[in-house]
Design a protein around this ligand. Structure first.
Ligand SMILES: Nc1ncnc2c1ncn2[C@@H]1O[C@H](COP(=O)(O)OP(=O)(O)O)[C@@H](O)[C@H]1O
Ligand SMILES: [Mg+2]
Length: 237
């Protein structure tokens, strides 16, 4: 083969997720198969209730599928214990939440540093400082490092959350509706920032959105409806 194969870093094989609700069962995901290769910038688009959050949580190792296989970096996650899943999540994944989820009593610097303190990453104090400062610079928040999240705008808080997701240099960043709490201008800025990190760090991004202006900024769009991929679209880079 002459072409260089990019590595598959996420593989989903027929993933389902059902929730028992008294007498009935809600089928949030009805059989999702997909493959992400290194450097992908993919969005999961779909209306409310289509299964986006369920899918993000499963790929992010926050939730487990009812059936099907999830492989991350070649590891089949089905056989892993809770402790092994936590370790894999910390090493492999950065997660960005719709509502930022920053700790209000910590400074921006401390929020971004946190994954380096709890992740068992053996960086010295100085290495940590350098790493945090690099990513604060990257997201344009160097001058806000000593502020607390409530003192920042929504867009700034989400930029801090992206720095926090990136600081451990994960292979994969998952973002569940990262722009849903932002106005359209700040939402597009967050997407530009994610794209920049995608190019510079070769980080793979999987993000969900119900906003056409946001999903059209992805290289590859998966349209979800009722727990199934209804269609796909690839954009020219
Ligand atoms: N914890 C839960 N218990 C029961 N049903 C759930 C739960 N979480 C999600 N669902 C249902 O699964 C479907 C998909 O939800 P979700 O993944 O949150 O979709 P989206 O993020 O696209 O709005 C919906 O019908 C929702 O009501
Ligand atoms: Mg959702």
């Amino acid at each position: 083969m002459t072409q260089t194969n990019r590595k598959a870093i996420v593989i989903l094989e027929n993933i389902t997720r059902t929730y028992p609700m008294g007498e009935i069962t809600v089928e949030a995901l009805k059989g999702i198969s997909l493959e992400l290769t290194e450097g992908d910038f993919i969005s999961v688009a779909g209306p409310s209730g289509s299964g986006k959050t369920t899918l993000m949580n499963i790929v992010g190792l926050i939730d487990r599928p009812t059936m099907g296989n999830l492989l991350l970096g070649g590891t089949n996650t089905a056989a892993l214990s809770r402790r092994e899943l936590t370790r894999l999540r910390r090493e492999f994944i950065g997660f960005v939440f719709q509502s930022f989820n920053l700790l209000p009593v910590l400074s921006v610097f401390e929020n971004v540093e946190l994954p380096l303190l709890i992740g068992g990453k053996s960086l010295s104090r100085n290495e940590r400082k350098e790493r945090v400062e690099y990513f604060l610079e990257e997201v344009g928040l160097a001058d806000r490092r000593n502020h607390q999240p409530p003192e920042l705008s929504g867009g700034q808080q989400q930029r801090a959350a992206i720095a926090r997701a990136m600081v451990g240099k994960p292979k994969l960043v998952i973002a569940d509706e990262p722009t849903a709490n932002l106005d359209s201008e700040n939402g597009e800025r967050i997407l530009e920032l994610m794209k920049k990190v995608n190019h510079e760090e070769k980080t793979t991004f999987l993000f969900s959105t119900h906003d056409p202006d946001i999903w059209k900024m992805a290289d590859h769009i998966l349209f979800l409806r009722d727990g199934l991929v209804e269609s796909e679209q690839k954009n020219n880079k």
